[in-house]
Design a protein around this ligand. Structure first.
Ligand code: F6R
Length: 593
């Protein structure tokens, strides 16, 4: 959602803050701002992106400051609602990520006490509360404020007159980047990679006091020691590396991601021991996630049911939270790239409260999901900056394949075939990428339509959902993913010449039914783009356009089909001139329900 940063040290803070904010822009980007502490506090903020703000900002002196990228939740994107927010005196500034759920009540109280508010945000109550309690010690004032506010937060506060940043975390991520003669604070590590690879992950309830050369953390009034970690990600991982968009770079990184997962299989196998134990004790499994990660869960359901043989419920975490009693004898898996998705975290808490053991699959070290879960498997995607999930989804699929292949008691001959197949996947994904220019041609064609359907069956039904999600979120073409057999139960009413249907086929037990579905669609005049494996002689006679992907075992067909559909969405969006890495209204990490 929002991204927050803080800097204190021996450098001019302004360029550092802008650089960190630019790296965090993928988290939210409707407005942004900075506050610098020199002899007085100077705030500069506006609607729009970091680059625009940097271009128009005057040079603000100061070697300590805070910054914020906003993704509006309370109040429209506007200069007044952009962070940082200040108290009445203009000496205290705060940036905040999260939601203060009791802000209305606090605002009324503060207004009655004479505080004047300049924005519609929930955040603004924080600097006013600090002002109310401040008696020359920012840390003491922040501690009192935390007693008043409810909800979730990562906060950075500064005040004229004290050379420190005071930070606090509850329910929203916050890390401290350790420099030599300076320190940084940010919502995630990608923000600080240009300056340091040494970080501290704060825990819920932590309050930090950060100066240029010291970091002190307390929790519940007691000083605590938080371990320093080295970040494995390199700064180049968070740069475009010559590609026009992060999304395209990340699509192209997928053979590497698949290879890295296979190389790391040994460490995954240890998690598989936990998983196998979980499954042995369980009568069923539940897999929960949101958005693209939910599509990975749906594919995971197929993989587990086929390879492990237990029944799996895969559900959007946001729905799970409001229905179903949880059975204690349920093995549970949550999948979340960011590890911070509010609905997925809430589902994890619900599972744990019901006594389930939870395994989390996440891409972010130290994320909230990894803290809540009993076991964590880290995906090897590296930082994903494009808002649309691509390589993180691939990394999730690969973890699911590897975990289940390590846990299956499938017959030796079948297992040998699958093992051989999975090892070829980096090369197979690369072959799809080698076909990029052909897919670009089809995307050019698709970009002229306003509506599209994606259909698939079995393990490729979730791929239809994912193909449609990718297309709609970055190209703004309205797209629906459907189980191919369901199309005739209503959506047929929408089929006509202007409604292309993208049909995803695999040579498994769904193939014949898919051929029938294509014929039915063609009979309604809709153009069909079919995704089918090389060497298929039948589909070309039925479909208008055929995109071929390399042959793989049907269970692995989501891998090659995903890469093709990502490219299709990417080039359709590019043709339509869309802001591919930062689609409107979306944020990389959705930390509200
Ligand atoms: C779509 C996309 C989102 C995320 C969803 C869950 O391209 O990126 O649908 O998949 O917001 O995010 P995580 O995986 O961080 O829980």
């Amino acid at each position: 959602m929002c991204g927050i940063v803080g800097y204190i040290g021996d450098k001019l803070a302004q360029p550092v803050l802008f650089n960190c904010l630019a790296r965090l822009e993928y988290r939210g980007y409707d407005s942004c701002g900075i506050a610098l502490k020199g002899s007085r506090l100077r705030v500069y903020k506006d609607v729009g992106g970091v680059k625009e703000l940097e271009r128009t900002a005057p040079l603000l002196e100061g070697t300590a400051g805070i910054g914020h990228n906003r993704w509006a939740t309370h109040g429209e994107p506007s200069q007044a609602n952009a962070h940082p927010h200040c108290d009445c005196s203009g000496n205290i500034a705060v940036v905040h990520n999260g939601i203060i759920s009791n802000f209305q009540q606090l605002r009324q109280q503060l207004t009655a006490e004479g505080h004047r508010f300049a924005s519609q945000t929930d955040t603004e109550v924080i600097p006013h509360l600090i002002e109310k309690y401040y008696q020359g010690n920012l840390e003491a004032a922040v501690i009192m404020v935390l007693g008043d506010i409810k909800g979730s937060y990562a906060i950075i506060a500064l005040v004229v007159g004290e050379d420190k940043l005071v930070v606090a975390r509850k329910g929203s991520p916050l890390i401290i980047g350790l420099g030599d003669r300076d320190n940084l604070v940010a919502s995630d590590v990608t923000a600080v990679l240009d300056y340091t690879d040494r970080v501290i992950y704060l825990e819920d309830g932590d309050i930090g006091v950060i100066t240029a050369n010291s970091v002190r953390v307390t929790n519940g009034g007691t000083e605590v020691s938080r371990q320093e970690s080295r970040v494995r990600w390199m700064v180049e991982d968070a740069q475009k590396g010559g590609y026009e968009h992060f999304m395209l770079k990340e699509i192209h990184e997928q053979p590497r991601v698949i290879r890295d997962t296979l190389i790391g299989w040994g460490s995954l196998a240890e998690s598989a021991v936990d998983l196998a134990a979980m499954c042995r004790e369980a009568e069923s499994m539940v897999m929960l996630a949101c958005g693209t990660s939910y599509h990975a869960a749906l594919i995971g359901k197929h993989i587990v049911e086929e390879l492990i043989g237990i029944r799996v419920r895969a559900e959007p975490a946001s729905e799970f939270n409001y229905c179903h009693p949880v059975l204690a004898k349920t093995a549970a898996m949550v999948i979340t790239q960011s590890g911070e998705t509010a609905d997925t975290l809430k589902a994890t808490q619900k599972l744990k409260a019901a006594g389930c053991k939870v395994l989390a699959i996440t891409n972010v070290m130290g994320s909230s999901a990894s803290r809540l879960a009993d076991y964590t498997v880290y995906t090897r995607a590296g930082p994903e900056i494009g808002v649309a999930a691509t390589k993180s989804f691939m990394a999730q699929l690969m973890v699911l394949y590897c975990l289940m292949l390590s846990s299956t008691d499938a017959k030796a001959s079948r297992l040998a075939d699958l093992m051989a197949g999975v090892r070829q996947l980096p090369e197979k994904a690369q072959q799809v990428l080698n076909n990029e220019s052909r897919i670009e041609e089809y995307a050019h064609h698709l970009s002229g339509y306003d509506n599209a359907f994606f259909i698939g069956r079995g393990v490729n039904f979730p791929i239809a959902l994912e193909g449609a999600l990718k297309l709609k979120e970055i190209s703004y073409i309205h797209a629906e993913g459907y189980a191919a057999g369901e199309l005739k139960h209503g959506p047929f009413a929408l089929l006509r010449k202007e409604t292309p249907v993208i049909a995803i086929l695999a040579h498994d037990n769904t193939y014949e039914a898919m051929l029938s579905n294509i014929k039915e669609v063609k009979a309604r005049q809709s153009p069909v783009i079919a995704l089918v494996e090389e060497g298929d002689k039948t589909v070309g006679k039925l479909a208008d356009y055929v995109i071929t992907v390399p042959q793989v075992a049907p269970l692995f067909s989501p891998v090659v089909n995903t890469v093709a559909l990502q490219l299709l969405a990417y080039y359709a969006a590019r043709e339509r001139g869309c802001p591919i890495d930062t689609p409107r209204n979306l944020a990389k990490s959705v930390t509200v329900e």
